[in-house]
Design a protein. Structure first.
Lengths: 284, 285
């Protein structure tokens, strides 16, 4: 499969504000996101995560180098609409993303703007609401829904554009554990069943381990990049970058420091429990 | 130890007499000890925010009462006003509430309203800025030129500067990266230690409350579901999941190990606690 997003030698600097210094973010970043993959992007605040996502649908443009979206150069103004339609964005605060007073009207907003015929809009809205498990709420008022439900409506609004790629910038930061799980399951379904490429920015390591690939950014550079197992076993490196590791990885890492010989990549709770169980029962 | 906050038979109903009438809090009873760190957890809509707005009289109970140091905050107007200063509320995303043209003036707003003298205001601003981890070099800057994390610290300093006996934080770490999160939690912990203040922290992060709190108050559908130490609460993993919550990852791991038959305490909730037990297990084997 080809690349959904291809970033080559990206240079980008935010202009100075109020007479301060210009703020360089990227100084030659290279990264490709394969079509159909589920990629989590980690890094502390200010590392360039959000800037990178805004480069993915031409909200920001490269100063040097290039960003291409399914082969479309983001600097080509003639392709702007097509790029925005191809890559959908979901942000942190669901309340800032609602535009209508009825759920289905909110979801219809993007296809209406794209000039999609009305029967087609009806079909897309229904499908999008089913995909996020919110079809039963289609005539409800969005402001009376919970945070997790609102965020799923925001995702449905993006799906109704039929994008090939969805970029989510900390979509669960304001949600309770239940809402977080709803959103994560929705994202996984869209990726696995509908083949939509997903780029998820998150501070929750437990969410990142559900991705196919984890990219860690630090000061505009890629600190490490690989499968969750490859990335999260580098405990010291991640800590030096101000990031957490899942508690399971932390426990195994500390035990191994104390002379155990446990598999460092037992990431999930179950894998870790099994590894510890067989270690302690084998000795007894 | 004496209870500093007593919530007695508290109810709150929104939109009384309309089709949207909704009981957000239903007959809640609990007390918080002076100097305690109480974590408040519950799903969205469980009544957490409604509850904390009662503690300093921003909302008036539909029934029941709130007592500070044994005295109803609704006794008379002066007592209600005093409650606003005795209980400091740090709302969710408090950085959106900054408004002054310098960081110093923003932090000074509360103390100024208390009618303190200029030198005392200055002293309090500097002390609060220090506790909240505000960079001293930014006191003369506009708060709007600061990073999101620094802005939040300024907003927290603005509440601390009133030197409330009780500080209530509503999701203080939402949206922060892990390093900023643990650094802010450290500041909160150090503040409590230094001043002896009573702290309530509402959070969706079970790891945060597990690390910080002496006791946890678990809300569900406007009622108290559980109230106890983190170990007592996290023991009930199944029930917590039923009401839309989770347990820390360490706890799910230890529940599983216990189920598999290893002699470990299923109510373990910190990495340190986990390691201590596993290393002891090794010694015994």
């Amino acid at each position: 499969m080809g690349n959904a997003i291809s970033v080559q030698e990206l240079h980008f600097t935010y202009p100075s504000q109020n007479g301060g210094n210009p703020h360089p973010v990227f100084d030659g970043l290279n990264v490709n996101i394969e079509e159909g993959s589920f990629v989590a992007v980690l890094g502390h605040n200010g590392c360039g995560k959000s800037t990178l996502t805004k480069q993915c649908n031409a909200i920001l443009l490269p100063e040097g180098g290039s960003v291409s979206v399914f082969g479309m150069d983001t600097k080509d103004e003639a392709l702007l609409l097509e790029i925005r339609r191809t890559v959908g964005m979901v942000f942190q605060n669901p309340d800032n993303q609602m535009v209508a007073n009825v759920v289905e009207e909110d979801v219809a907003f993007a296809p209406e703007n794209l000039g999609v015929p009305s029967e087609e809009i009806r079909r897309r809205v229904d499908n999008a609401l089913r995909a996020v498990g919110m079809y039963d709420y289609r005539t409800h008022a969005p402001h009376l829904l919970s945070g997790g439900q609102k965020q799923r409506i925001a995702i449905a609004g993006v799906i109704a554009m039929q994008p090939r790629c969805i970029v989510l910038d900390e979509p669960t930061a304001m949600l309770d554990p239940h809402g977080r799980e709803d959103v994560m399951r929705t994202i996984e379904t869209l990726n696995r069943e509908n083949g939509i490429t997903v780029i998820l920015i998150t501070h929750h390591m437990t969410e990142a381990i559900r991705a196919d690939r984890v990219i860690v950014l630090q000061e505009g550079r890629i600190l490490t990049d690989g499968t969750p197992k490859q990335v999260f076993t580098q405990v010291e490196l991640l800590k030096s970058a101000g990031l957490d590791v899942p508690a399971t990885t932390q426990i195994i890492h500390e035990l191994n420091e104390a002379g155990f010989d446990l598999p460092p990549d037992a990431l999930s709770t179950e894998e870790c429990a099994q590894a510890l169980y067989s270690r302690f029962t084998a000795k007894a | 130890m004496a209870a500093i906050i007593e919530v007695r038979d508290l109810c709150h109903t929104y939109s009384v007499g309309t089709p949207f009438e909704h009981d957000a809090i239903k007959h809640m009873d609990f007390a918080v000890e002076k100097g305690e760190f109480l974590g408040v957890i519950g799903h969205t809509g469980s009544g957490k925010s409604t509850l904390i707005q009662h503690l300093n009289g921003l909302l008036k109970p539909t029934c029941g009462d709130v007592l500070l140091g044994g005295e109803s905050i609704w006794k008379d107007k002066q007592t209600t006003r005093r409650a606003r200063f005795r209980v400091g509320l740090v709302f969710q995303y408090p950085e959106y509430q900054l408004f002054e043209d310098t960081v110093f003036r923003d932090i000074a707003f509360g103390p100024k309203n208390m009618g303190l003298s200029e030198p005392e205001i200055k002293e309090r601003v500097l002390r609060a800025a220090d506790f909240a981890g505000v960079n001293p070099a930014s006191l003369d800057k506009s708060p709007f030129d600061l990073s999101g994390g620094q802005k939040r610290r300024v907003a927290i300093a603005g509440v601390i500067a009133m030197e409330p006996e009780i500080v209530v934080f509503d999701e203080p770490t939402a949206g922060l990266d892990p390093a900023a999160r643990s650094s802010l939690l450290e500041n909160i912990g150090a503040y409590q230690k230094a001043t002896g203040a009573t702290v309530l922290m509402v959070s969706h992060s079970m790891d945060d409350v597990a690390m910080m709190a002496d006791r946890l108050l678990v809300l569900n559908e406007g009622q108290i579901e559980m109230l106890g130490t983190p170990a007592q609460v996290f023991e009930n993993a199944e029930r917590l999941q039923q009401i839309g919550l989770t347990v820390p990852q360490v706890t799910s791991l230890f529940l599983r190990l216990h189920e598999l038959g290893l002699p470990v305490d299923p109510a373990t909730y910190t990495v340190e606690g986990a390691l201590k037990q596993l290393l002891r297990l090794k010694g015994g084997a």
